[in-house]
Design a protein around this ligand. Structure first.
Ligand code: AMP
Length: 215
């Protein structure tokens, strides 16, 4: 059966591979990926009051206030890039954010990638990110062609400041106590939720997602 979803959200604990799978999906679906974390990190790189605030706040693993993130996301989703739809990664993270999103966009499909905590910690500890395009690598399972450098931008990869053991534990806790409730919210709205086994090779996860989406 073929589906034609255009407004999707990808859920999963940190390290589940959302960013990697989003890369494959956006090409196939023809809609842009919108990562709330990436949008915030772009703001964080600015020499502004907000940029400095985000730098301190995000390194702890705590959530950023709805006031800030809701505005950023709304502006982006209502902008010209998203006229054909979007694939959201990292937003919503709470039921309140999901309800806010519903005031201006009708989500039509949820993908939920599942992995264990042990796997998440292993993956995040070896994760390296491109500060320019947001592309995500792993030192062992998805290394860049040239060590330490982004395949696309050629800039030096960084270890995120919130990929420390303390911040990782905090982020996982928030996922299981708050973000899964947003998934439950979509269940109550009868939005299709596709559960994906994230503890497979990147290619096998990609295949499972494509099959379940009818792509
Ligand atoms: P991520 O790249 O999705 O792991 O997000 C990194 C960090 O950005 C999180 O730990 C939060 O501090 C912040 N963040 C990202 N998305 C949200 C959101 N929807 N609500 C609040 N904070 C967020």
């Amino acid at each position: 059966m073929a589906f034609s979803f255009s407004k999707l959200i990808i859920f999963g604990p940190q390290g589940a591979g959302k960013g990697t799978q989003t890369e494959f999906l956006t090409k196939r679906l023809g809609v842009p990926a919108v990562s709330s974390g990436h949008l915030l990190r772009l703001e964080m790189g600015q020499d502004t009051k907000l940029g400095h605030f985000l730098k301190t706040q995000m390194s702890t693993g705590e959530l950023i206030s709805d006031e800030i993130i809701n505005l950023l996301i709304k502006n982006y989703l209502l902008g010209p890039e998203c006229v054909r739809g979007f694939l959201l990664d990292g937003f919503p993270r709470t039921v309140d954010q999901a309800k806010f999103l519903a005031t201006f966009a009708a989500v039509d499909c949820i993908l939920k990638i599942n992995i264990s905590d042990a796997e998440a910690v292993w993956r995040l500890s070896g994760r390296r990110t491109c500060p320019s395009c947001g592309m995500v690598y792993h030192q062992e399972s998805k290394p860049p062609q040239k060590a330490g450098s982004c395949d696309r931008c050629r800039v030096e990869l960084i270890k995120r400041s919130d990929d420390t053991p303390e911040a990782i534990q905090k982020r996982l806790k928030i996922y299981y106590t708050e973000t899964v409730l947003a998934v439950v919210y979509y269940q109550t709205q009868s939005i299709p939720i596709l559960e994906i086994n994230g503890e497979q090779t990147i290619e096998a996860v990609r295949q499972e997602i494509f099959e379940k989406l009818g792509l």
